[in-house]
Write a protein that binds this ligand. Structure first.
Ligand code: ADP
Ligand code: MG
Length: 318
């Protein structure tokens, strides 16, 4: 199978395009229509075998996740997904793999309304690069800067599940069968909080998606906003799969530092809290208040009102 046939067979879907795609796969560039009152939000992420995923990750899950992590960046800006390009580097043409990968990719693309409009295909060690394009009404995008002293700090979903799932895959932790499926599922198929992100546009003062872990990503907001924060470690949301599988100490560690949850972390002024409850109820997403923005630049952790010093010994990262 030649490169051209491969693209044609697995990635060229002429009749499933958005109407704002003027020219899709097949020419030197794609052409899309950007509405006048909207800004284009653009981001890319690369997944490399052996670095970002294990060689035995099912192709379908990999296709899904490759797009999901990009969608999460759009969600964090409050942007609505629109188009993507795909740069694929493949060691060989493996049709079974390509079938699974493209199915997973289009499963996510169809669900979130994204059109694949172009890309590049080369030979080399397996890596997947997606550039995502979204739209956001002018001057409404959520940024990392903008958190103010007194704003409340929230996260969506539950934290740490993906990192625990990864450790299960790596053979470092053992849990019972149901929890195992759930936790690995959270690692393979994070839920990009696309609708929640859009709902936060007029409400949140800052936002970021959690790719590196709460402590690290909150640090980006604090730095960009030039503020500090107090986090009540006991209110970090944990799944039942997490609490029933590991010790309380480990669950706290996963929640504070586990990566790849792709939940949203955001800040909301007191005046918008009521509107937030309504907006996110409508978006159908669980969310939890975990702390408050403070003056200074420090990040303070509290547990039951006392200073909390994390004990991360015995906790292994990928
Ligand atoms: P060029 O040599 O001009 O870069 P290519 O032969 O690489 O063109 O690609 C031909 C067409 O197929 C282009 O429209 C390109 O965007 C598209 N394409 C190439 N690889 C992919 C891919 N993996 N997924 C989607 N579209 C692709
Ligand atoms: Mg090319």
């Amino acid at each position: 199978m030649k490169e051209f046939q491969l693209i044609e067979h697995y990635f060229h879907r002429q009749n499933q395009q958005r109407r704002d795609v003027k020219l899709g796969i097949g020419d030197d560039c794609a052409l899309v229509q950007v509405p006048e009152n909207k800004s284009l939000a653009i981001s890319c992420d690369t997944l490399v075998e052996g670095v970002h995923f294990f060689a035995d990750m099912p192709a379908r899950e990999l296709g899904y996740k490759s797009l999901a992590v990009n969608l999460s960046d759009l969600a964090a800006m409050g942007a609505e997904p629109a188009w993507m390009t795909l740069a694929l580097t493949l060691p060989e043409v493996n049709q079974t793999w390509l079938q699974g990968f493209s199915e997973g990719l289009f499963e996510a693309a169809d669900y979130y309304g994204v059109s694949l409009i172009g890309g590049d295909t080369t030979r080399g060690p397996l890596s997947i690069n997606i550039t995502i394009h979204g739209l956001v009404p002018n001057d409404t995008a959520l940024k990392r800067s903008g958190a103010k002293v007194g704003d409340w700090i929230y996260v969506t979903g539950t934290l740490g599940d993906s990192a625990l799932g990864l450790n299960i895959l790596a053979g470092k932790v053992q849990v019972d069968a149901d929890n195992k499926d759930y936790l690995i599922g959270r690692h393979y198929r994070p839920t990009p909080r696309v609708l929640a992100g859009q709902s936060l546009r007029s409400l949140a003062s800052s936002a970021i998606d959690l790719s590196d872990g709460l402590m690290s990503d909150l640090g980006h907001i604090l730095k960009a906003s030039e503020v500090g924060a107090i986090i009540d470690v006991g209110s970090i949301p944990q799944s039942e799969a997490m609490t029933s599988s590991v010790s309380q100490d480990d669950a706290l560690s996963y929640g504070l530092t586990g990566g790849e949850d792709y939940e949203l972390l955001f800040t909301v002024p007191e005046s918008q809290r009521g509107a937030l409850d309504t907006a996110l109820l409508h978006a159908g997403v669980k969310f939890s208040k975990i702390g408050q923005i403070s003056a200074g630049r420090e990040l303070k952790l509290l547990l039951d009102g006392q200073a909390f010093i994390p004990n991360f010994s015995g906790f292994e990262h990928f």
